[in-house]
Design a protein. Structure first.
Length: 109
C-alpha cells in the first residue's frame, strides 16, 4: 500500500495499464491531493520526522482518515525528503483497514 502513489505515477508516465479515460480520471483525482503535497514538501526539514511520527501516531489511534492514495503520497514525499519512514511504511503495508478501503474502492469501480 505504501507504494500505491509511486506506482500510479510510474504507470501514468510510462503508459502502463490505464486507458486514456482512466488516466484522465486518475490525474484529476491526483490533482485533488496537490494541496496536501504542497504542504508536505514545503515543510521545514527539522519538522519532517516529527510530522511522520505524529501521522503514524494519529493513524494508529484512529484519528486520521484512511485515504490510501493520500497516505501513500505523503509517505512517498516524506521518504524522498529524507524522513525515516520505515515504521510508517510498515503500518501502511500491514493495516487491514486500509486494505479494506482499497478493496471496497476496486469493487465499486
Amino acid at each position: 500500500m505504501s507504494y500505491l502513489y509511486q506506482g500510479t505515477i510510474e504507470r501514468l508516465v510510462h503508459g502502463g495499464y490505464f486507458s486514456p479515460e482512466q488516466g484522465d480520471h486518475i490525474l484529476f483525482e491526483l490533482s485533488k491531493l496537490q494541496r496536501i503535497k504542497n504542504q508536505v514538501t514545503a515543510m521545514a526539514e527539522e519538522r519532517l520526522q516529527y510530522f511522520c511520527d505524529r501521522l503514524l501516531s494519529e493513524l494508529k489511534s484512529g484519528n486520521c482518515p484512511m485515504i490510501p492514495m493520500a497516505l501513500s503520497m505523503i509517505f512517498y514525499n516524506l521518504t524522498q525528503m529524507g524522513a525515516d519512514t520505515q515504521r510508517l511504511r510498515d503500518f501502511l503495508d500491514e493495516c487491514e483497514e486500509l486494505q479494506q478501503v482499497i478493496e471496497k474502492t476496486i469493487n465499486a469501480g
